[in-house]
Design a protein around this ligand. Structure first.
Ligand code: NAP
Ligand code: MN
Length: 268
């Protein structure tokens, strides 16, 4: 089997990365950065996001696994102390795969039909660099609300524990094929009105965000990457057809990860 390892730049992650590579090569696995079947990220959830985007073109043929060298992560859920066990598991059998939904994002410019296409593992967030963000929100092609405020966030189920959670969104189990829209400080008064609650949309319900004023800078962040856009007609979000595949070597249920990350990681 072909594998590669993406590491965070700190010394602990680097040491673990070189140890893992050595062990895996001792088991006759082949290091291949171009066409890996297994991508191991060593660091945090942020490192995992980078690994995902690096191999985004190979989602069908690649499974991912995350080792954390800081605190427990949602994607990086193996601890360095477990890596010997992990390597034996990787080496000995074809692994089980668990799939999680992704978010499909199309950014359409005003003056052409050529949109930019992205996938997000966590979310897309939209803000303004020039004061209040003003956007029309359409759901399934129908106008839903006119939003004014700091920003909007559209997240995946596995991203629901990240930015979405800080915005008061619900935590969604990744077995649900859905996306969630949350608000950042919407203006609500007698003139302006938004729903105020997070919305959860099923697959095929497209959510579009349309800037009300052209020519203003709009800040679009997809996972860990931010770009400034001008003159876009709409941002189209839907549950993606593609999924991310995790190599699963032991049970670590989602709700247990939620508990251990946010409530307490005592084993009692
Ligand atoms: P970062 O500033 O290091 O990320 C913020 C925190 O989110 C880190 O503790 C990160 O874990 C954690 N995180 C990432 N994905 C997560 C997930 N699916 N569930 C729970 N926690 C998660 O930046 P980053 O590492 O490049 O990560 C980018 C992500 O940060 C974005 O996708 C967004 O979700 C999140 N973010 C959150 C806020 C907020 O909560 N107010 C604001 C901006 C961005 P690690 O330390 O293990 O990397
Ligand atoms: Mn981080």
């Amino acid at each position: 089997m072909r594998f590669c390892i993406l590491s965070r730049e700190d010394s602990k992650s680097k040491v673990i990365t070189s140890r893992m590579r050595q062990y895996l090569e001792d088991f006759a696995l082949v290091y291949d950065k171009e066409e890996p079947e297994l991508v191991i990220s060593v660091g945090g959830d942020g490192t995992f996001l980078e690994a995902f985007h690096t191999y985004r073109h190979r989602l069908k043929d690649t499974a991912f696994i995350g080792v954390h060298t800081g605190h427990l992560g949602f994607y990086a859920d193996w601890v360095p102390e477990e890596i010997e066990k992990l390597i034996i598991e990787i080496a000995k059998k074809p692994f089980e795969v668990v799939e999680y939904p992704l978010l499909d994002i199309k950014i359409h410019p005003v003056d052409s039909n050529e949109y930019q296409h992205f996938l997000a593992l966590n979310e897309v967030s939209v803000k303004s660099t020039e004061g209040t963000l003003a956007m029309d929100v359409h759901i399934k092609g129908v106008h839903f609300e006119r939003f004014r405020g700091d920003g909007l966030c559209v997240s995946t189920p596995s991203g629901s524990t990240a930015y979405n959670k800080a915005l008061g969104g619900a935590i969604l189990h990744p077995s649900l094929n859905a996306l969630q829209v949350t608000e950042m400080a919407s203006i609500n008064n007698r003139v302006y009105r938004t729903i105020g609650s997070p919305l959860i949309l099923p697959k095929h319900h497209v959510c579009e965000l349309l800037p009300i004023y052209q020519g203003r800078n709009i800040l679009i962040t997809i996972d860990h990457q931010t770009e400034v856009y001008k003159n876009i007609s709409r941002i189209e979000c839907r549950v993606a057809n593609e999924k991310i595949r995790f190599a699963r070597f032991r049970a670590f249920p989602f709700w247990k990860r939620v508990h251990d990350s946010f409530i307490s990681d005592e084993r009692s």
